[in-house]
Design a binder for this molecule. Structure first.
Ligand code: CIR
Length: 263
């Protein structure tokens, strides 16, 4: 059974970092109800949800994806690109300790988990305003080809433009299949994969959370949801209107992994 680590929404969410969206009022009570429904969606797809308590002094702490990379073999504590988010790392690392040996991204490296897309044995890593070359090189030595007793991952840096993270632009939605916004990332980087393109009126629609043969998907993007349905991909809709105002989506609110590490 997969484990999903989540964290309750901070009272201070409205003070979150924002890069590519304008600040709008956030209804915290509604955000909390939507987040609970998201946790229920994870449970309904077979995850055991470990919900960490809110960290009210850290506005963005609900976005647990950014503070750790969980691979089958190890987990890596990131060093988030926004200094305001670095206090979020320790508590998530503590929650991961029963499950994985932990490695660490050191300064001057900065890395947000939202920039790391794992497909098979490839780690696509967004080179973004949050994730730099030092961190990508550190990731390569921790998890690259020569690491993990010679069974490491191919690490592929990917430039992005116009969005926060690589996974704002592309995510995995099925075996060998990605959902992509080609305005934000070069689709040739994923030429070996089947590509479903977001509807041009829904630029933020490329972020989907794959759980087995399903994807948890925002209700805000009906046209792209229709494309997923036509491609035979089952979606479970969740309302994400409030966390979208904090520049978040569905992958960013959980860390999903198999409990037992692969040895
Ligand atoms: C930030 O700018 O860091 C947060 N307001 C949003 C982070 C969203 N994270 C993600 O998509 N992985």
């Amino acid at each position: 059974m997969p484990v999903a680590i989540t964290r309750a929404i901070s009272r201070t969410l409205a003070d979150c970092e924002l890069s590519f969206v304008d600040r709008e009022p956030i209804d915290i009570a509604l955000a909390r109800r939507q987040h609970r429904a998201y946790e229920e969606a994870l449970e309904s797809l077979g995850c055991r949800v470990i919900s960490l308590p809110a960290e009210d002094e850290l506005p963005d702490a609900v976005f647990v994806e950014d503070v750790a990379i969980v691979l089958d073999e190890i987990a890596i504590r990131t060093r988030p690109g926004a200094a305001s988010r670095r206090g979020e790392v320790a508590s998530v690392a503590a929650a991961l300790m029963p499950y994985r040996t932990l490695r660490v991204i050191e300064p001057p490296g900065t890395l947000d988990g939202g920039d790391v897309l794992c497909i098979g044995r490839t780690l696509y890593v967004g080179h973004s305003a949050r994730s730099n070359v030092s961190a990508i090189e550190q990731l390569r030595s921790l998890a690259g080809d020569a690491a993990l007793d010679g069974r490491g991952y191919t690490v592929r840096p990917i430039p992005i433009r116009g969005c926060l993270h690589l996974k704002s632009a592309v995510t995995s939605v099925g075996e060998g299949t990605v959902l992509i916004n080609p305005s934000w990332v070069d689709r040739r980087e994923f030429a070996n994969l089947r590509q479903i393109t977001v509807d041009e009126n829904e630029p933020h629609a490329a972020n989907a959370l794959r759980i087995g043969n399903n994807v948890i998907y925002p209700a805000s993007f009906p046209r792209t949801a229709q494309r997923l349905a036509e491609a035979g991909i089952a979606t479970k809709a969740v309302d994400t209107s409030e966390l979208q105002k904090a520049e978040g989506a569905v992958t960013c609110c959980s860390l999903v992994f198999e409990a037992a590490p692969r040895s």
